[in-house]
Design a protein around this ligand. Structure first.
Ligand SMILES: Nc1nc2c(ncn2[C@@H]2O[C@H](COP(=O)(O)OP(=O)(O)O)[C@@H](O)[C@H]2O)c(=O)[nH]1
Ligand SMILES: [Mg+2]
Length: 231
């Protein structure tokens, strides 16, 4: 029967990103009373789960970038000799149990994961891509909840947004008291987590949660990523 474990030999070579995403979180966290579209307490729980991953998972994680219910983890070496089944399942279950603990949930939740192999010099490009996704989500979510507040049904709000330019959504939320350029930085740009740079490469590296990151497409953003990769 052992030979029927046909995926157990599937392996990946580093470097890799693993992208973790909450399954159906719109529904799953609905009853928990988080503010919409963004709640610092939810972001905090996600960030604390990620810090725990750095500290307790046994994976050697270089950096993490997260927003909404998504966490991107970067590895330059992979445990389990790169076995895809092991990496995916252990990371997904780690985050499920960590978030269950953080939020004291009484109903099960789950995460999915995918592995993204890339070349070392694609890291910035990958992070830029996820950060632009964070920004698009951000604009659309604020637009969506503004339209709901104005009395539109969810279906109609979603349809209306599809036909709106970003600048029109900005104007819409502005008229309703939210300046999309002036909300807390973490909502617009996401959060980065990494080990503190230090001269001694001791085992107990301090884990930093950076809630005030630059745009990855700027020189400052590239520098932050470069520094993090060198730790
Ligand atoms: N209320 C609230 N919901 C959030 C927050 N962050 C993420 N979410 C929810 O998580 C969803 C994540 O999006 P996505 O993965 O595309 O949808 P999913 O398939 O429902 O997990 C968002 O649509 C929100 O409903 C938050 O801070 N507050
Ligand atoms: Mg999700």
């Amino acid at each position: 029967m052992k030979e029927r474990e046909i995926f157990s030999g599937l392996r990946v070579a580093p470097p890799i990103f693993v992208r973790v995403d909450g399954r159906g979180f719109k529904k799953a966290i609905q009853s928990l009373g988080f503010k919409k579209p963004y709640d610092r307490a939810f972001a905090s729980a996600m960030a604390d789960c990620t810090s725990m991953f750095f500290e307790k998972s046994g994976f050697n994680t270089v950096l993490a970038y997260l927003f909404s219910d998504e966490i991107n983890l970067f590895f330059t070496d992979t445990p389990f000799k790169g076995r895809v089944e092991k990496i995916d399942s252990i990371i997904a279950s780690f985050f499920s149990s960590a978030l269950t603990m953080q939020l004291e949930l009484i109903t099960p939740i789950s995460f999915d994961t995918r592995i993204v192999p890339l070349a070392a010099n694609d890291v910035i490009e990958y992070l830029r891509w996820r950060q632009s996704e964070a920004w698009n989500n951000y604009v659309v979510s604020y637009g969506y909840y503004t339209l709901l507040k104005q009395g539109l049904k969810p279906y109609n709000a979603a349809a209306r947004l599809k036909n709106m330019k970003q600048s029109e959504i900005h104007e819409l939320t502005f008229q309703n008291g939210v300046n999309l350029g002036k909300t807390p930085c973490w909502q617009r740009r996401g959060i980065m987590i990494y080990g503190e740079a230090s001269n001694n490469h001791a085992a107990n590296k301090k884990i930093i949660q950076n809630w005030n990151i630059p745009l990855f497409k700027t020189a400052e953003g590239r520098m932050l990523i470069d520094c993090t990769l060198r730790v």
